[in-house]
Ligand binder design. Structure first.
Ligand code: NI
Length: 226
């Protein structure tokens, strides 16, 4: 499932983070690339040890915890600390697939990358190019969202970032391991949860809604790995 989550961060939070990014020390993006993706990657990145990256990562994690849409769609078990990148002057990232397993730096924690996220920090009008292009069985999707909004997509997808030919594209990218490894099963749970929540708005809790909520949790119980 490819899902856009609008306004994860407020415009104030975006502006604050953008200021931090302008102060921060950037490095070559290949510091976190795998062997295959290193050949395709041409951008700048904040080192994982960067204090600005830590501070912004905390802001993002707190915002995500308060997003019902994100929590319902992702059912996160472990989230890799957000990383930050910058594309400018024609920089791009050729087609690649993200590494399956990521070790959280300085810890023994390994995260299986079930879902990839990109959170945009530049407004679409501030740069040309820089689309995130995601390939799935339904074709190719070009993603360029408002600052503060995020896209969530299966880490199994081939994807790339087209060259930024004007301005600067600032973004955060990171991964998570879901309690539900299967994208298909996770999509079923998300559809069901969304339908139940919507029914709840329309009618008072009926026995049927309570029963459906039970079915949701029983499926989650059967499928979840924690
Ligand atoms: Ni990638």
């Amino acid at each position: 499932m490819l899902l856009k989550v609008a306004d994860v961060l407020s415009k104030e939070q975006v502006a604050y983070c953008r200021e931090l990014m302008l102060k921060a020390e950037w490095a070559d993006g290949n510091i976190t690339a795998g062997y295959q993706s290193a050949k395709a990657k041409n951008n700048l990145q904040l080192p994982e040890s960067s204090p600005e990256a830590h501070e912004m990562g905390e802001i993002i994690m707190q915002a995500l915890a308060q997003s019902p849409m994100f929590m319902s769609a992702a059912l996160p078990l472990k989230i890799f600390p957000p990383l930050f990148n910058c594309y400018q002057g024609g920089q791009s990232f050729g087609v690649h697939v993200d590494n399956a397993i990521r070790q959280v730096p300085g810890t023994p924690v390994k995260v299986r990358t079930d879902l990839s996220m990109t959170l945009f920090f530049s407004e679409p009008d501030d740069y040309d190019g820089g689309e995130l292009v995601i390939e799935d069985t339904y074709g190719s999707h070009k993603i360029k969202l408002a600052a503060g909004s995020m896209v969530l997509y299966p880490s199994t997808s081939l994807h790339r970032v087209t060259p930024v030919t004007r301005g600067r594209r600032l973004a955060s990218f990171f991964w998570l391991q879901s309690m539900i490894a299967s994208d298909e099963k996770r999509s079923i749970l998300y559809d069901m949860d969304t339908a139940i929540q919507s029914l709840r708005q329309q009618v008072d809790d009926s026995p049927e809604i309570i029963q459906l909520t039970g079915v949701y949790h029983n499926l989650l119980r059967q499928w979840a790995q924690t």
